[in-house]
Design a protein around this ligand. Structure first.
Ligand code: FES
Length: 146
């Protein structure tokens, strides 16, 4: 049995310890805001916050998550009131929206460390893939949210 904390609640998963965190979150905890895109660590759709780091949850097992603190998009803010969520909604930043939970979690980790990131710092931190190509709007939104 694997134990850790998800969105401030203790969880125990009776699953194969080598299960990717992504599938435990989605299938066992019904936290379906965390998306599956590639399963190979490339797209970032599955990004969650683990102990203050943006982590691609398809690339970490629940064994590796033991004892750690995980935050998913469902707990980024209690009322969708995080500055990033407010700016993304006000400025219609997203298009199809599929990648946005992972983008938001990655950007939130960036802004916690650096509330005034440069274009270069944003590009270095946000390596998430967006098939709609929202990148130009994304930079401006992250700066405003910061
Ligand atoms: Fe994890 Fe693409 S689904 S990086």
């Amino acid at each position: 049995m694997t134990k850790f904390t998800v969105n401030d609640r203790p969880v125990q998963y009776r699953m194969d310890p080598d299960t990717p965190l992504l599938w435990a979150l989605r299938d066992a905890s019904n936290l379906t805001g965390t998306k599956y895109g590639c399963g190979t660590g490339d797209c970032g759709a599955c990004t969650v916050d683990i102990d203050g780091q943006a982590v691609r949850s398809c690339q970490v097992t629940i064994r590796e998550t033991e004892g750690r603190f995980v935050t998913t998009i469902e707990a980024l803010s209690p009322d969708r009131g995080h500055p990033l969520q407010q700016v993304f909604a006000a400025d219609n930043v997203s298009q199809c929206g599929y990648c946005i939970p992972g983008v938001l979690m990655t950007a939130a980790v960036l802004l916690k460390r650096n509330s005034d990131p440069s274009d270069e710092e944003i590009d270095a931190a946000i390596t998430n893939i967006c098939r709609c190509g929202i990148y130009p709007r994304l930079r401006g939104a992250i700066k405003r949210a910061g």
